[in-house]
Design a protein around this ligand. Structure first.
Ligand code: TRP
Ligand code: SF4
Length: 328
């Protein structure tokens, strides 16, 4: 009964790819068996960098939750909810904004990076600067003990801890300090060998059919020094090999040996990989097909999750209002 609480969120920015799956979602599916888990769709966060065009957000929320469910998140085991349905996050964000020094936000490394990188958008906004403050509210309102995140989110989590400490110091101890739960990184390159990213157009989506996966695998870059099958290969520079490490781990030694010895051609090696991937993703693909036959399922599950999340969020908010004496 005394399970620790885990919370994490994803922005609804379109179909998840295998980088997202192995970077986060696969881990979430495992965690739901051991922890009291809250997983939420961070639609307000999506606005911090994408406030101009909001036309896709609703569809993206649906797609994201379908991705979650098909990957195996189970509403019987974890609470899935939508950030913007729980208005308490906004209230806490406002209160935190009162006690968070500007300098903490300005020196956040992701803030400076993004300002420099997203040159095509105007993100010199109040909301974008306050992003970590909103994220701290998401986390602390559920009194999360652990937050599974990638390395890129660590500075935000550090800020959440600082905000928790400051609040506790000023008004009395309400929040535990959330700890990061770093996922051992299983890194899959994109089909062109670069980092898998939507902006490079080199992704394999979790929703791709076995046929689409096979097609993409066949275009993947391999060892450029291999022209003929008999040329000795260098698996360490080959993207296909990196995939085999995950999907064909039991045969990885023989694949390496056959590649180095010029005993297997790249086409054959890719076909083998596509077969393994089809096998791995079959249950996920099947679940997706069933979910798509049940319209309204996302709404039902999220409405349910919202109720549970709201209960916890409101109960923490009452403590917070009492501690701050903003409880008329
Ligand atoms: N900032 C996270 C991202 O962009 C999403 C997010 C928002 C989040 N609130 C969170 C993650 C709270 C963990 C906990 O990926
Ligand atoms: Fe890569 Fe396989 Fe070709 Fe070797 S045989 S270079 S591992 S695709």
């Amino acid at each position: 009964m005394n399970k620790k609480t885990i919370l994490s969120g994803m922005r609804p920015t379109g179909a998840l790819h295998l980088g997202n799956y192995f970077g986060a979602l696969e881990n979430w599916v495992r965690l739901q068996d051991e922890y009291n888990c809250y997983f939420f769709v961070a639609d307000w966060h999506a606005l911090t960098t994408g406030y101009e065009d909001t036309s896709e957000i609703k569809n993206n929320i649906d797609d994201l939750v379908i991705d979650w469910l098909s990957a195996g998140l189970d509403p019987q085991k974890c609470t899935m909810f939508l950030q913007s349905s729980i208005k308490q996050h906004a209230e806490l964000h406002l209160l935190f904004s009162m006690i968070t020094p500007l300098s903490w936000l300005q020196r956040c490394p992701t803030y400076k990076d993004q300002l420099a990188q997203l040159k095509d958008r105007d993100i010199t906004t109040y909301g974008f600067l306050g992003y970590p403050c909103l994220m701290a509210s998401d986390i602390l309102i559920y009194k999360a003990d652990f937050v599974p995140v990638g390395e890129d989110q660590l500075p935000h989590l550090e800020l959440a801890r600082e905000i928790a400490r400051r609040f506790n110091f000023l008004y009395g101890s309400v929040f535990p300090e959330p700890q990061p739960l770093l996922t051992e990184a299983k890194v899959l390159p994109g089909t062109d060998g670069r980092k898998m990213s939507k902006s490079y157009g080199n992704t394999i989506a979790l929703s791709d059919s076995p046929e689409e996966i096979q097609k993409k695998v066949m275009t993947m870059v391999t060892d450029p020094e291999r022209i003929r099958k008999t040329d000795p290969g260098h698996p360490e520079v080959c993207s296909v090999y990196k995939y085999h490490k995950i999907f064909s781990s039991e045969e990885i030694c023989s694949i390496e040996e056959e590649c180095r010895g010029g005993k297997i051609g790249c086409v054959q090696c890719k076909k083998k990989l596509a077969g393994k991937m089809a096998e791995y993703f079959e249950p996920i693909y099947e679940r997706r097909q069933n979910l798509l036959k049940t319209p309204g399922i996302v709404r039902e599950i999220i409405n349910d999750g919202n109720k549970k999340a709201m209960e916890k969020a409101e109960s923490t908010m009452q403590e917070i209002r009492d501690a701050m004496k903003i409880n008329w």
